[in-house]
Ligand binder design. Sequence first.
Ligand code: FAD
Length: 380
Amino acid sequence: MTDKPQITAIGSALVVGGGIGGMAATIDLAARGVAVDLIDIDPEWRVYGAGISITGPTLRAYQRLGMVEDIAREGAIVSGSSMFLFNGTHLRDLDEPVIEQGLPATGGIMRPLLHKIMQQRVAAAGVTVRLGITVDGLANRDGGVDVGFSDGTTGRYDLVIGADSIRSRVRDLAFPHMGDAVRTGQGCWRVAMAKPPSLEKGEMFFGHKYMAGITRCGTDRIYLWLLTPHEARESRLTEAELLGEMKARLAGFGGNAGWVRDTMTDQDWVNYRPLEAKIQPRPWSDGRIVLLGDAVHATTPHLASGAGMAVESALVLAEELARADSAEAGLIAYEERRFERCRDVVETSVAIGAAQLAGSPPDQIGGMMGGALHRLAGPF
Ligand SMILES: Cc1cc2nc3c(=O)[nH]c(=O)nc-3n(C[C@H](O)[C@H](O)[C@H](O)COP(=O)(O)OP(=O)(O)OC[C@H]3O[C@@H](n4cnc5c(N)ncnc54)[C@H](O)[C@@H]3O)c2cc1C
């Protein structure tokens, strides 16, 4: 029990997907008195080894879950970022505004550490977690949802939340008209490794045909991301080929991006992923089944805001359910508050990627990013 307003409109919820959005929803609903079951399809409940950039608005959302101190301890908190020409020439420093008093400006953390922090909070909330299963059937009936699980068991809940990401099974079962996220034509290369000795805060590199950036994720860890036009053969690269292919695409970069290229080895985590995005059409709920996170607002990393949007959506869902006198009213209010903000993030991120592919000048791209981040600093 916490001092958060309690939810009376529902008594039980099933959260499908124990990623960033699903765990945020689980933690906040449990804090508001809802009996939550959480399931994840991964029997080991892992997350891949990349780092993640945490913007000011994302930190604000994590603060509502009381997790900023944990992120600061396990990750990195920085005051802004530096812009460089691709060859390492310093252009300027950007002090990112603190959007709420007492809140750090921005930061980064390794995904497995963020996952562990959130998993510990889920465990502390006394939630039932079942791993290695998914949902096979969902039926709205008499003000609740009858659920069939893939292990043959069944359950009944007042609310089912689909937080099972970009290939959402809940979406396929309950919202078959929505369809998959769409490839944007760009791909993202990432390497997670030791911090370049001279790097203090985030760095971004402009003027190359590919855009790159480095996010600090701890005292001695960083990840570097590189955005390139997607080619079909890249999805078929083996793990052994990824390292050399990424190094080749970093040719010409100087400064810390050049240091990363010259220092990365096959012991470091290297990954390539074609980018996909889609803001799904409204409504985002059907009866007592609702979607959040990448299942319904999947975005590209251009504004580093996908995780922040997932956490915000989880918080708003819990807040609106606490305000409402029926689940249905809470779900409508949730969607009203979330749709335009998530649409802005998805559509602006895709537009920035398209501008990069078209070779638009850095100032134009910087302006698009700055404008969106300014809008995101507003209340959610
Ligand atoms: C290349 C790249 C870089 C990114 N960088 C950033 C960044 O720097 N900052 C940022 O804020 N965002 C970033 N994002 C976006 C961010 O990772 C996502 O928006 C965020 O993880 C979405 O959270 P989610 O809970 O919806 O899904 P996820 O975090 O993906 O979690 C989904 C969970 O559901 C589980 N699951 C999947 N299918 C099923 C099923 N059928 N049944 C049960 N469980 C299931 C999975 O095992 C997983 O645990 C990036 C995305 C990409 C592609």
